[in-house]
Design a protein around this ligand. Structure first.
Ligand code: SER
Length: 316
């Protein structure tokens, strides 16, 4: 059966990459990109596009009715740092938007739904190293507890209504095609832009702040692999832990220096994002993803840094 895939939040860091990848596999016409703003340059003119605000229920319903998607990817969200500036707006967008999409997916009998969760579901009392799938979870950011509540809703819709929802707790994502917006892990993308443009970067996280991160190519491949996996093999319908590379700003800077010897990093020790980072895990255990859908990482730190610099150089 041919697929009709609706990607909501298509202009974002993950959306831009996913739309490109999905159009490559299924053909341009099969992938409807949508976002609250007009189409980002990278996906403009490459296939169908709909303006959609996930909080505008009538318009979203109309888009489901018009396109009758077989798969839906809901990527629209407010991330951790911006969420702390606008807590109620973040809660409303992240939660009500998800519930609209889950409800319309049940109503229009969507085959599969993808919704991203995050390492932000963990909190200060979660184990910090090799954080397991199941443990104490006490997120203290609005973004984090909206994702944790969202995971519960996803599992609930699977159990109650048989909706085939799949989800990954993404680490911080590093890619060159699109910029992140409003997150705590964004430094790991900005650093590359500044290294190439200015040769210097002021990190808003301290030198030794280790966080779980992943190269975008691995994240997109993980997403596709999870979405292609037979439903019966999936033992988790909340969200899968996914482990990439753990590194600190100092380690990332040292790796960049191997390619740009004059690159210098400095540190701002008065940024509110530090407290968010300190509440998150330093590394993740993803044994369920390995067991259920054979997940294996491809990009380590040196490979990621090399690929980022080679590709970013061409476009900035
Ligand atoms: N990358 C996100 C953030 O920093 C976490 O999922 O907010």
């Amino acid at each position: 059966m041919s697929e009709k895939i609706l990607v909501i939040g298509a202009n974002g860091q993950i959306g831009t990459e996913l739309v490109t990848a999905l159009r490559g596999i299924h053909g341009a016409e099969a992938v409807i990109a949508s976002d609250i703003n007009s189409a980002a340059y990278a996906i403009r003119n490459s296939g169908p596009y709909e303006l959609a605000n996930v909080l505008d229920k009538d318009n979203l319903h109309h888009i489901f009715e018009k396109h009758r998607p077989t798969q839906v990817y809901l990527l629209a969200a407010i991330l951790s740092a911006v969420g702390e500036q606008k807590p109620k707006v973040a809660w409303d967008l992240n939660m009500t938007g998800l519930l609209h999409v889950l409800d319309f997916s049940v109503e229009f009998k969507v085959d599969k739904v993808f919704w991203p969760s995050s390492i932000a579901v963990f909190g200060p009392h979660s184990p910090q190293y090799q954080t397991p799938q199941y443990c104490v979870m006490d997120p203290n950011t609005v973004y984090g507890f909206s994702k944790l509540a969202g995971e519960r809703w996803c599992e609930y819709y699977f159990t109650k209504y048989g909706l085939d929802v799949r989800s990954i707790r993404y680490p911080g994502l590093v890619g060159w095609r699109a910029n992140p917006g409003g997150g705590t892990t964004d430094y790991a993308v900005h650093i590359f832009h500044q290294a190439l443009k200015a040769g210097t970067y002021e990190s808003f996280l301290s030198a030794d702040t280790a966080l779980p991160m992943m190269y975008m190519d691995d994240a997109i491949r993980a997403t596709m692999t999870l979405m292609d996996a037979p439903a019966a093999t999936l033992s988790i319908r909340s969200s899968y832990n996914l482990s990439g590379i753990s590194f600190t700003p100092a380690q990332l800077a040292a790796e960049i220096k191997k390619h740009i010897p004059n690159f210098e990093i400095s540190y701002n020790d008065n940024d509110p994002r530090q407290a968010i980072a300190d509440s998150w895990p330093k590394s993740i255990n993803d044994s369920y993803a390995q067991k259920d859908w054979n997940w294996q990482l491809e990009y380590d730190l040196p490979k990621m840094v090399e690929d980022m610099l080679v590709n970013l150089k061409k476009i900035i």
